[in-house]
Ligand binder design. Sequence first.
Ligand SMILES: [Zn+2]
Length: 491
Amino acid sequence: MTSRKKAGLAVGVGVGAAAATALRRRWRGRSESTSTEVAAIPGIDQAAATRFLDNLAAAIRIPTVSSIDGVDPVVFGEFRALLEKSYPGVHAGLSREIIGDHTLLFTWPGSDATEPAVLLMAHQDVVPVEPGTEAGWDHGPFSGAVADGYLWGRGAMDDKGSLIGVLEAVEGLLAEGFVPTPTIYLLLGHDEEVGGEKGAAAVAERFAREGVRLGLVLDEGGAVVSGVIPGVPPLALIGVGEKASLDVEITAVAEGGHSSMPPAHTAVGRVAGAVRAIEDHPMGARLAVQRPFLEVLARIMGGGRAVLLRNLGWSGPMVERMLARAPHTNALIRTTAAATVIRGGVKSNVLPQEATAIVNFRILPGDTAAGVLDHVRSVVGDGIRVRPIDFGKTSDPGPLSSIESPGFRSVANAVGEVFPGVTVAPWILMGATDSRYFVPIADGVYRFAPLSTSLGDLSRIHGTGERIAVADAGRVVGFYRALVTSLGGKP
Ligand SMILES: [Zn+2]
């Protein structure tokens, strides 16, 4: 605690001033052309963009790391105090509840209680910085430094950028006396990175008990991404669904003994064989689930690829083979399996009596956890114990949300306001978000953060060198403002 506090304070002062000067120097209403330029966004002035950067930097400097053992109440208390200090209007104009010790639920009463309510979500917690990787950061992971056209730090993209963006937009609208038509909830979870059980899941349970119906839920997950498909301009990926995550443990047990008289396959050998069998027998591809996404690609792509995408009736198998070539496109069309943990054996001259591997499945909407277990059992054969880990209520992927709904249109329109000309594409997330808990009580659940990034940069999330572009400062605030005002309200 102490070392961070000292460092944090020193850095704090530097960042605010640097950000302000950078913005003043570059904010002459010139349209953005390079990553260091702050995009001029209607309704968002320089001060709002500067405040966003300052407050995000301050939020990053408080390392709200969550773990399965819980969170540090002092750190999360400090984070709460920062939000109170930075957003007095939100804390005065909305009611705030604390759920599960640190999750914050704000309620902004709408003028029309018959309108389905809206839920805007983000999370306070961040994943740790893997020990030994600190040196890989150009700027300290908890510095909030602004440099080279970026704001750096753990949580910049995942997910404090959205958190601060939502609060900044609401604070600005409250200052203008804006009253929304639907009731708007702001949910800032504290344990998303460890499953959301105490935070978002608890709120969803309560909403269900109270019969709260949500017209629109917006959470993290999508972004404006360049390089998704070679030769295709940046796409605004709006998540309409997400894969479910399921860990499956496979175990072989065997007789022990001395390694000098081994059986044909030891427990280690049999588990290794089972892992290989799972890798060699991927679950079947289902192109159909990606049809809306591929139709968008077909519209913006030219040449032979567009012809293939427009005629999936006969080109399906070929397109499947093409997409299966790269991990990130292969993951679009099937439930994937990743063997991530293996253990067994204590000494090289002792036959292991048990060996175990864990395979993490990402289940494509339309597949089920039970189907995955059947598949695993069918490929690993006899003699291997197959057991799901933490088999629970969200082990099956939820249904996809409609791209025809007013909710999707509102999100897409707000994207168009701040990323003019960027193509919107419906997307299925590879990872899980807290919004999955609200699928049963919502008309539409979408995942999008108004940040521009590249496929290559996505590895910075949970990785090294996480950052957001300074140029996006106005866009983040502008997006949430455009979304909230588009839902109705006055003045
Ligand atoms: Zn996240």
